[in-house]
Design a protein around this ligand. Structure first.
Ligand code: PAF
Length: 280
């Protein structure tokens, strides 16, 4: 496995890999877990070679304390990726991605400010900008993203469409712990008490799905979630957003087409998100 730290190194590694066939890309911020490895496995199933990026992107964090607290485990991550048979890893420093004088941003204007974007102003602009850079640097054929970050996936699909980026985007189902908690690098920062409480999010999403399947409206589903999360004193609900899966417009009334429910809640100083897509 080739470990590249500069743009030139990863470009040359990808050029060599490309001689054997197509290249899949998995972008990460490290602290890898089984959810990331599911993205790697999906990419490996489709492509001759897989490239993984590890970069804790400063521009997608509003709060400097959140950025500083983000877990970093490069050695363990590299060992995991090597064992999984990844072909190349791009592990740049911030100056490689945002060189002095850098000033261009990518912003899916309306979508980035809606829903979770309203809870974390600027977050999706940072994601869209870094992902565009990583796509341009890696030059892969396809990229794989977790469905847990439901709005992030929508923002990335939008930017690829709008900017004619020649890459295909694949969503991969959320990987969960046995108690239903969606895997996230942020889970490492939960206190034991908050970790035990956090599966309430998945329980609330499942109950909301039942509400809709039994003829309830989107508003009923939101109320189900609010009531269930309110039973957990360690959880502070930050957002419940229910959208039409096809175009991310706000869903209302009794759904007749797939909807996506996005949920965010704070446990101590850790903001967790989860998501469920429901076919009525
Ligand atoms: O999902 C993530 O880990 C990050 O938002 C991403 C896509 C790697 C961009 O920094």
């Amino acid at each position: 496995m080739q470990v590249c730290r500069t743009v030139d190194e990863i470009r040359s590694a990808v050029a060599t890999l490309r001689a054997n066939g197509s290249v899949g890309l998995v972008t990460t911020m490290g602290a890898l877990h089984a959810g990331h490895m599911a993205l790697v496995a999906a990419a490996q199933a489709d492509h001759a070679a897989v490239v993984v990026t590890i970069f804790v992107n400063p521009t997608q964090f509003g709060d400097p304390a959140d950025l500083a607290a983000y877990p970093r485990r490069d050695d363990a991550d590299l060992a995991l990726l090597a064992a999984a048979g990844v072909d190349a890893v791009f592990l740049p420093d911030a100056a490689a991605i945002y060189p002095p004088g850098d000033q261009t941003i990518v912003d899916a204007v309306t979508l980035a400010q809606a829903y979770h974007g309203a809870v974390r102003p600027g977050h999706f602009r940072g994601v869209a900008t870094v992902v565009t850079k990583l796509f341009n640097i890696a030059g892969a054929d396809a990229a794989y993203f977790g469905e847990k970050d439901y709005q992030q996936l929508a923002v990335i699909r939008q930017l690829v469409r709008d900017l004619f980026v020649p890459i295909s985007i694949h969503g991969v189902p959320t990987v969960r712990d046995g108690d239903g908690l969606a895997l996230s690098s942020r889970n490492l920062r939960l206190t034991p008490g908050d970790r035990a409480a956090a599966p309430i999010l998945h329980r609330a999403l499942r109950a909301a799905a039942d509400t809709v399947r039994h003829g309830g409206t989107v508003e009923d589903a939101a109320q189900t979630i609010a009531e269930i999360v309110a039973t957990e004193p360690r959880a502070t609900l930050r957002g419940i957003d229910i959208v039409n899966a096809a175009d991310f417009s706000p869903a209302t009334g009794a759904p007749t087409a797939p909807i996506g429910i996005m949920l965010s809640a704070q446990f101590g100083d850790v903001l967790l998100i989860d998501q469920k897509e429901i076919l009525p």
